[in-house]
Write a protein that binds this ligand. Structure first.
Ligand SMILES: [Zn+2]
Length: 228
């Protein structure tokens, strides 16, 4: 699962919880940020194999700290607590509900990965591996990613009072994400090394976070209540 994760970020953002989209963009990929970092450190293991599944070259044969069910729950709690601590300290808009949303957004990553991944997601440690393996079916997996993202963006546009210019920017951002997904799913390429792959993950995900930040600035007047 790739751009489908961002559907949750778009869907979670409401006028009520006022969680910035860029924060949700980090939340839904929080587990992958941990994964990419641990692979860079040599703690978690990844093989990049051409044709490993139809839709992905990633053989994540050892990622118990970032992607087991138990650690996914723990990281979700940690992320919710970080959000609470940071927002509380800065005296910014914060509700306990928003913190819960952050936790759920982080955990959504594991649920969506469960659909796409082959059996490489451990329940705990590195055992009892699960994964429905939709990555074995390139077309359906791609369709699911795009459908999820479109649904998330539709919810975002419906549930937030945003100026027309920003609506256009959000839709353009969605189209750009779909283009990136087309490249990832359909454009053949030679496998990079494990470390180069996760460096790319870090760069792309962070680029998307920056775009999400910029998009929510478009057409905004000075806000009376700064939001966290
Ligand atoms: Zn993942």
């Amino acid at each position: 699962m790739f751009i489908g994760h961002y559907s949750v970020a778009f869907a979670c953002r409401t006028e009520r919880n006022k969680i910035p989209l860029w924060v949700l963009f980090i939340a839904v990929q929080f587990l992958d940020y941990i994964w990419a970092t641990l692979v860079l450190l040599g703690i978690e293991k990844l093989r990049v194999i051409k044709g490993f599944t139809a839709g992905s070259m990633l053989d994540s044969y050892f990622h118990p700290y970032s992607h087991s069910l138990i650690t996914a729950i723990l990281w979700s709690i940690v992320a919710a607590l970080i959000y609470e601590a940071v927002c509380g300290r800065h005296g910014r808009h914060y509700t306990r509900f928003a913190s819960l949303m952050i936790g759920l957004a982080v955990f959504s990553h594991w649920v969506l990965d469960l659909i796409a991944h082959p059996r490489d997601l451990a329940i705990y440690d590195n055992t009892w591996k699960v994964g429905f393996g939709l990555w074995n079916y390139r077309g359906p997996e791609f369709a699911l990613e795009v459908t999820l993202l479109a649904g998330g963006i539709a919810l975002y546009l419906a549930r937030n009072a945003i100026p027309a210019i920003r609506k256009g920017a959000v839709i353009a951002f969605g189209i750009a994400l779909v283009i990136v997904q087309i490249g990832d799913t359909y454009v053949p390429r030679t496998p990079l090394t494990d470390k180069a792959t996760v460096t790319g993950v870090w760069i792309f995900y962070t680029l998307f976070v920056l775009v999400a930040f910029a998009v929510e600035k478009i057409g905004s007047r000075r806000r009376i209540n700064a939001s966290c």
